[in-house]
Design a protein around this ligand. Structure first.
Ligand code: ATP
Length: 420
């Protein structure tokens, strides 16, 4: 038998088509399938309508080697997955007497009451399917092989579906695997726009897709940060690693020192590790970020070793009174300026007794902008022993939330660069 290579996931439930619930099952299942060297080629979310479900299941089973379906296995009239899967393959549903007994026993154990008759639905099995036990709920799963394809029905609640996948589905899929595994590398980049990163990276990674051992690259962005995800599937793990590592090093060479990790850490962890390596402590003076930089740095366990503290210096009075910024400097240049950022960084460093001081001062908007200092103008400064004195001005586009989120990354990245 040929090994399974492609999979589709179908999440069933009208609630997944409302703004109130997201399909998280498919993320869990994608990770599990990738571990087995199986690529997810399509995902579908279908409401509780039998015709839609029949079409979705038949189409997916036509395209993919493996179809994993979650949800719609309950006892109520809108739980239609069993019926739809049976219809899609033209197979009858047969009541399994052992399952009816097991359901009755489960009911007696849990509620001391007789089982409502509609629960018998859950004992209906597609002809030829293997029943997958569900120790965490009433809905059993089903494993149905159709020629070279397999279709798996699993319950919707993650706490039932996940253990069923691990104990019943993964071993069956692994038995059909040739040992291929999907491996990934993640390159994280700070402070660069996605379009610029892709302009540099795309000409490098595009040809890899048609290499003898194909490497696929996707680009993801969040405020202030871009990630390049490289993946490759193969039986020969050493060859996969060589291809991925070569890809990573070519991209890192091309993108340069805005790459802050190729091993998955968050920026605050990278900065924390550098501070620790230098034996340096840090203090923050934050205006427009209102303490967000300090919050990020202190998300790292053990950060008390290097974070001294911070001052949210939002008003000019606090910049003067708490950080010792010269009032004349504020009057001459305004709060959002290079000399004030420098004075804030130096002030917080001295007053909190830290080795490194960092300041952020900017206009997060939506009001307060001017022609020479538009909304989104942010000045950053790092001062201190061991660190080169550095300042940086950025004009960040977008909403207040976006400007603040960007500013946190830029500030942390400035510290990382200063501590090189
Ligand atoms: P039950 O026997 O509990 O009715 P079921 O198989 O019929 O099981 P659903 O009724 O479809 O499952 O879903 C039950 C709950 O499980 C949903 O309300 C939701 O909270 C969760 N759930 C279902 N599908 C998903 C999904 N794809 N991602 C995350 N959660 C889900």
């Amino acid at each position: 038998m040929t090994p399974f290579r492609t999979a589709e996931i179908i999440a069933v439930g009208s609630e997944l088509l409302t703004p109130f619930r997201t399909d998280s099952n498919s993320l869990f299942l994608t990770a599990g399938l990738n571990d087995l060297g199986i690529d997810v080629t399509q995902k579908t979310v279908v409401g509780d309508r039998v015709d839609d479900l029949v079409t979705a299941i038949a189409d997916a089973a036509f395209r993919a080697d493996v179809v994993l379906i979650t949800g719609g296995l309950g006892p109520t009239a809108d739980d239609l997955t069993r019926e739809a899967a049976a219809t899609a393959f033209g197979l009858p549903l047969e009541e399994d007497p052992a399952l009816v007994d097991a359901l009755r026993a489960r009911f007696r154990r849990r509620s001391n009451a007789p089982m409502p008759e509609n629960n018998r639905q859950q004992a209906r099995v597609i002809q030829g399917a293997v029943v997958l036990p569900n120790p965490n709920g009433s809905a059993p799963g089903q494993w149905l092989e159709r020629g070279e394809h397999v279709v798996v029905l699993m319950p919707g609640p993650p706490r039932e579906m996940q253990p069923m996948f691990e104990s019943e589905v993964r071993p069956r899929l692994a038995a059909r695997s040739d040992g291929a595994r999907l491996s990934r590398r993640v390159i994280k980049i700070a402070g660069q726009p996605e379009s610029l990163v892709d302009e540099i990276a795309a000409p490098i990674y595009t040809p890899w897709m048609s290499a003898p051992l194909p490497v696929f690259t996707t680009i993801l962005s969040k405020p202030g940060q871009v990630e390049l995800h490289l993946s490759a599937t193969g039986v020969d793990q050493a060859a996969v690693n060589v291809a991925l590592d070569a890809g990573v090093s070519r991209l890192v060479d091309a993108i340069g020192d805005s790459v802050f990790t190729t091993t998955g850490e968050a920026l605050e962890n990278v900065v924390g590790a550098r501070l620790k390596a230098c034996g340096a402590t840090i203090a923050l003076a934050e205006s427009c970020t209102g303490g967000l930089v300090a919050a990020r740095l202190t998300e790292v366990p053990g950060s008390s070793e290097y974070v001294r503290g911070g001052v949210v210096a939002y008003s000019n009075d606090v910049k003067v009174g708490q950080l010792g910024v010269d009032a004349a400097l504020l009057a001459a240049h305004g709060a959002v300026s290079e000399p004030v950022a420098q004075a804030m960084a130096e002030g917080v460093r001295q007053r909190l007794g830290a080795d490194v001081g960092v300041a952020v001062t900017g206009i997060a908007g939506p009001g307060g902008g001017s022609a020479d200092k538009p909304v989104g103008t942010v000045w950053f400064a790092v001062s201190g022993a061991g660190a080169h004195a550095e300042t940086l001005k950025r004009v960040v586009p977008g909403s207040r939330a976006l400007i603040r989120a960007w500013s946190v990354i830029v500030a942390l990245d400035l510290v990382r660069r200063a501590l090189r």
